[in-house]
Design a protein around this ligand. Structure first.
Ligand SMILES: [Fe+2]
Length: 360
């Protein structure tokens, strides 16, 4: 099925839940071709399935977005966007029990190495005590996960962002426990509220801002990178919240997105999400496209060095380089405004958003 507009029900779902599934968005011939390509390039005997980097720009792989109904669907739902030139090929091996408990996050945080001992963490600040050792002399050390500590030189915003995560599924994930992309359903609203509180308090937006320590110490005593504001974590564990109960799904606060080969999911950037352990026998294979609505005043829109499609920090170059901007355009304030009003980037959902807001 080639779908170029969301149905009324799908629009309601996206607005309410923060994500929506598009069944059969990818023709099976395209899905099969990309799947064979990825399968053929995976190392055969290793536990971790590291995907060769060149696959992310292979025409058959980015064609899973570009050569399908998805660009038109996204233009009709969101609005125009720069060309997609790359993606994230995300493969989780089968029978993967090493992953531990999944932690939901919002994309765009720094993902570098942190100390393993709680004694090395200043808990109040949410930073390593010897920050220079881990973050560099000027907080400029690049992480191992393409993350940056700060999006702007003035350190007003620590979180990269985009508009929509579009995930394309290349294997059967219709039964829970097979490494599904999972979400904190409906909590995009709590994320937006947390950004607004930070903004209204004059705080940094993102980790190291109000009520969002960058590093926390877990119950086991081990420090972890904290992917969510405190208020969102509290909302996720609220006793009256709807949960997903299934014998093969030990994480009821998370909702698994159950997809089959050729299905796609569209999720808001602010919809907290996580990969989950793959207890099934087959590699879990998802391709993610990060789409940001065109920012007409941004002189860098569409330049290759942004890595549109894969990057979650589009106000800096893909490799973290700071870009020159004219005085008339403040990319970081623009991103803050969008984070604090995420539906402002969805031209095609105005009536649904108005209805939701009127209903409270
Ligand atoms: Fe993510």
């Amino acid at each position: 099925m080639s779908q170029t507009h969301l149905t009324a029900e799908q629009k309601e779902r996206l607005v309410r839940d923060g994500f929506v599934v598009i069944r059969g968005a990818i023709p099976q011939a395209l899905a099969g071709r990309a799947k064979s390509l990825i399968n053929d390039s995976l190392p055969k005997d290793e536990r971790r399935l590291l995907v060769p980097g060149e696959l992310a720009t292979h025409p058959d792989v980015i064609g899973l977005f570009n050569d399908t109904c998805l660009p038109e669907l996204m233009r009709n739902t969101m609005g125009p966007f720069p060309p997609v030139i790359s993606c994230q090929v995300a493969v989780t091996p089968g029978n993967d029990r090493l992953g531990g408990s999944p932690f939901a996050h919002v994309d765009g945080s720094w993902g570098g190495v942190i100390p393993t001992s709680p004694d090395e963490i200043d808990e109040a600040a949410g930073r390593p005590r010897d920050a220079a050792r881990w973050f560099g002399e000027n907080d400029d050390k690049r992480g191992t996960n393409d993350g940056q500590l700060w999006q702007d030189p003035d350190r007003r915003i620590s979180l990269g962002s985009y508009t929509a995560l579009v995930g394309v599924c290349l294997n059967d994930q219709t039964e829970p426990g097979n490494g599904q992309f999972a979400v904190l359903k409906g909590l995009h609203r709590a994320v937006e509220r947390a950004f607004r509180r930070q903004r209204d308090a004059g705080s940094v937006i993102g980790p190291e801002g109000l009520d969002w320590p960058r590093i926390r110490i877990g119950e086991s005593g081990r420090p972890f990178l904290n992917g969510l504001p405190d208020a969102v974590r509290a909302a996720a564990n609220a006793p009256d919240r709807e949960t997903f109960e299934h014998e093969a799904w030990p994480w009821p606060e998370l909702t698994p997105v159950l997809l089959d080969q050729g299905d796609a999911v569209i999720a808001l950037h602010s919809c907290p999400h996580t990969p989950t352990p793959n207890h099934g026998p087959n590699p879990r294979m998802n391709i993610y496209f990060r789409i940001r609505r065109l920012r007409e005043d941004n002189p860098h829109e569409g330049t290759r060095r942004l890595g549109h499609g894969v990057s979650d920090h589009l106000d800096r170059g893909y490799y973290g380089q700071f870009l020159e901007y004219p005085d008339s355009y403040d990319p970081w304030q623009t991103s803050i405004d969008r984070l604090c009003d995420h539906w402002s980037e969805w031209d095609g959902l105005r009536p649904e958003v108005e209805r939701m807001r009127a209903a409270g």
